[in-house]
Design a protein. Structure first.
Length: 227
């Protein structure tokens, strides 16, 4: 293992120890941010809108929870497994020596995500490593023609002193609308109390436009006729 890989591993271990975090979680965060960086400098930077747990971590570490995947909404990309696979192989083939991660681009795989026999997206699995430390990074992609309100530009936080990814992401309004739909859809079966906490935190931030929120809920919710 070269000196740079060892140095990065040591820095990540020290970071985990200093903040009382699990090292594997820190390593996963590192891999995720470096994949986001590669997306941000690729021709596809405006085709993948960040959402989910990785986004919440960027908004507020308190809201972000350990997650093994990155969630995106694809914009302007066909719902085609072969094309999505080709896109990610192209993204991950670009070297970036300063973070020293290795991505096995020809090992990238994709499959449909099915839930209750209903198609909900495409899952991409990416073999990634830092020296002798290996993981399979998962990216879940949903598909839509538009996001309401429009996506925002976000500078994603980095664990170490490296170039920060600048990606498009759900606005706080879109996050609330999507979580609200899940609350209504699942009703009493919803065991994800963290969703309620996240919505409360975002609402008290004071940066939520009520009209934008109403439009977003109508866009996201299958129960829009009630609004």
């Amino acid at each position: 293992m070269n000196e740079l890989k060892q140095s990065i591993q040591d820095k990540l271990r020290n970071l985990a120890k200093a903040h009382g975090k699990d090292f594997q979680m820190i390593l996963t965060r590192y891999f995720q941010e470096r994949i986001l960086y590669r997306i941000s400098v690729s021709p596809f930077t405006n085709n993948f809108c960040l959402k989910g747990g990785a986004l919440l971590y960027a908004i507020s570490e308190e809201m972000g929870r350990p997650t093994l995947d990155i969630d995106f909404l694809a914009i302007g990309i066909q719902r085609d497994q072969k094309k999505v696979e080709a896109i990610f192989r192209k993204i991950c083939s670009r070297p970036y020596p300063l973070d020293d991660i290795e991505i096995q681009a020809d090992g990238i795989s994709v499959k449909e995500i099915m839930e209750h026999k209903r198609y909900i997206g495409i899952r991409v699995k990416i073999p990634i490593s830092l020296g002798n430390m290996r993981q399979i990074l998962t990216i879940d992609i949903g598909f839509s023609d538009q996001v309401v309100p429009a996506p925002v530009k976000m500078t994603y936080p980095t664990l170490l002193d490296m170039e920060e990814p600048v990606v498009i992401a759900y606005s706080s309004v879109s996050v609330i609308a999507e979580k609200f739909e899940a609350m209504i859809d699942l009703g009493e079966m919803n065991s994800r109390m963290k969703d309620f906490y996240d919505v409360w935190q975002l609402l008290i931030s004071g940066n939520i436009d009520k009209e934008d929120l109403k439009k977003a809920i109508k866009k996201h919710s299958k129960f829009a006729k009630r609004l």
